[in-house]
Design a protein around this ligand. Structure first.
Ligand code: ADP
Length: 233
């Protein structure tokens, strides 16, 4: 069974904008997929539908066999627990240390501190930041803050990691570092990764599956794709 299946999916916002049109997509467990497209092509909308930030107007979106379009609001938190999500802006809690930021989600689901500690340490080791666990977010560089976000997103060992422009605010060298961490997570743990990006160099270097959206339509889907986007101005 595919981890993600999108079937005949449409998203029309209240203002009449069609952000996604008749989208069909299947993503197997363990894949690493880039989603590219010009600004406004529907990348964020697609990603938001996967974690049920948005509901499709029509069609189905299956994540782990569950049609998240039909999920009751009261069950959405259960879906989100099984996912890791990384954003462009880091969304770290400024008054908590690195350790506490990563531990936060585990505390929220009621794990005992004895269970939490080894998980947090392991997640921080996986992003190379164990040394900084007592630092606060404002004491870290942008790249380090994004690594904390990745640690936070993998601490619960999700099957799926969703990344919306995770390198959007970072320099090219640091961006490559972030993507190599994601690549390592994908290879070592088999975590399925979906990453929306504008980063031409990274997409071309990684030679992963590339899904191209144009005006909400699937324009191409290449196994070892490259960055081909016609920016409309
Ligand atoms: P991308 O991530 O590729 O930049 P988006 O998914 O953000 O694209 O946007 C796709 C289209 O949907 C755009 O035309 C955008 O203006 C529109 N859109 C996005 N979010 C909303 C919203 N909440 N309400 C109305 N229109 C929206």
């Amino acid at each position: 069974m595919n981890l993600i299946e999108v079937k005949n999916c449409y998203k029309v916002y209240n203002n009449g904008v069609t952000a996604i049109a008749d989208l069909n997509l299947a993503i197997a467990r363990g894949e690493f997929v880039f989603v590219i497209g010009a600004s406004g092509s529907g990348k964020s909308t697609l990603i938001k539908m996967l974690y049920r930030e948005e509901k499709p107007t029509n069609g189905k979106v299956f994540v782990g066999g569950i049609n998240v379009a039909k999920l009751r609001n009261s069950k959405v938190f259960k879906l989100r627990r099984k996912l890791g999500i990384v954003f462009q802006d880091f969304k770290l809690l400024p008054k908590l240390t690195v350790y506490e930021n990563v531990a936060f989600a585990l505390e929220a689901i009621g794990l005992h501190s004895k269970e939490i500690r080894p998980k947090v340490i392991k997640a921080l080791e996986n992003v190379g930041l164990k040394d900084k666990m007592r630092s606060f977010p404002n004491q870290l560089s942008g790249g380090e803050q994004q690594r904390v976000c990745i640690a936070r997103s993998i601490v619960n060992e999700p099957k799926l990691l969703i990344c919306d422009e995770p390198t959007g605010n970072l320099d090219p060298d640091i961006s490559r570092e972030i993507v190599s961490i994601l690549d390592k997570i994908n290879k070592e743990f088999g975590t399925t990764i979906i990453m929306a990006t504008h980063d031409r160099d990274i997409v071309n270097k990684m030679k992963k599956r590339v899904i191209l959206l144009e005006n909400g339509v699937l324009a191409s889907d290449e196994k070892k794709g490259s960055y081909v986007v016609h920016e409309s101005h």
